[in-house]
Design a protein. Structure first.
Length: 122
């Protein structure tokens, strides 16, 4: 499955100043790891964010947000945000939440690959 390259460029731009981001092809799309933890990704035209599960019910009320059901069952702590929900500055808000959650987790050290090359940071 292809993913929205324009959305990927926007995500890369928003995360470009971080030195702890690794970009990986996953689940037919692309994922962005922060400190070794999956933080966000893109599946088709949809942003996927990993968020604090305790805030999930509140965040589901926001425009474009819905449960992530990649496996056919909702995955707690993960949301899909449809294109209307990431228009304009809303993308940075969602990415901030995803990064905040990744930063709240202990840093992963084993098995991490080097950050994506600068050329991938558009």
């Amino acid at each position: 499955m292809a993913y929205d390259e324009n959305l990927a460029k926007r995500v890369r731009g928003a995360l470009a100043k971080r030195r702890d981001v690794i970009e990986k092809k996953m689940f037919g799309g692309v994922a962005f790891m922060v400190r070794g933890h999956m933080s966000c990704g893109i599946v088709g035209e949809t942003l996927m964010v990993r968020i604090d599960p305790e805030r999930e019910s509140v965040l589901l009320r926001e425009r474009g947000a819905r449960p992530m059901d990649f496996t056919g069952r909702p995955m707690r702590g993960f949301l899909y945000v449809d294109p209307a929900g990431v228009a304009g500055p809303a993308l940075r808000k969602w990415l901030g939440r995803a990064v905040d959650f990744a930063e709240s987790r202990p840093r992963k050290t084993g098995g991490a690959k080097s950050p994506r090359p600068r050329s991938a940071r558009a």
